[in-house]
Design a protein around this ligand. Sequence first.
Ligand code: PMP
Length: 297
Amino acid sequence: MIYYFKDDFIDSSEATVSVMSPSVQYGLNVFEGIRGYYDSSKSSLNVVELGSHLERLIESAKFLEIKHNYDISKLHEIVCDTLRINQIKEDIYLRIVLLYDLPGSWITNERALLLVAPLLSYPFDVMKPAISAKISSWERINGRSMPPRIKAGGNYLNSRLAQLEIKASGYEMAIFLNSHGFISEAPGSCVFLYRAGTFYTPALSSSILDSITRRIVIQIILIEFGKIVLECNLERIDFYQADEAFLCGTAIEITPLKSIDNIEFNNDGNVTRRIMQVYNKIILGELVLSGVKLEKI
Ligand code: PMP
């Protein structure tokens, strides 16, 4: 695979950094994970919400004062060129990272480099099986320590702690509470609850990433069910009383939850399945939703 790195298109094996770089030593990087779905009937790759991901990357870098040489249009051009050069004819997951290659401090003022790396290891699954979740005893990072709104490598150490904890107890996915005790998010995805005709999701102020898939799901629910999702503080009991619950994110897509803390959801998952079906149609380019942009490459 060809990556874009160090201002050039190079073989992935040559994309290396110093072990003393602050990205290696301290997790100092900002990144995006993006999906592209290959449409064999049109021989084109549909990259989902590329612009939104690039905007979030720039925002993350700005917050951490990570300097770089790229604006949105340059990033856009480089990403599209990387995909074209690789002549990708299958679904891909794209990693875009601003990172440091040379030795340096965590307070470095140097310019970061751009890495654009297409990966083939994230297969698309039309109907994901429901998984078990458990609320972790670890609290989500928050706006007074490290804002989860920023997609920085270091944030995933907090995610790691929660996921390690619940895996050791035999569960599949951790759910964080935030520092106020409200439901936050999963280590790498956002959460939605459905109860008696109403949809809920933790508000942006609940210590979550401003997920691009979350925005898409909110639109799907409006179009498909005519309902406005309540973005609010949610308590643990809201989770326990939900009829259905699911996770969403670029990598995980829409993944239903079968239980939380061993409490099974009542419903047979019909509502989640309907959302999943519409989401799949949108990302595969079979259904156009005005608020969701697919970049055809
Ligand atoms: N929360 C966290 C912590 C994540 O890492 C991700 C994945 N980027 C998400 C939510 C979902 O965000 P998105 O829909 O933009 O992929």
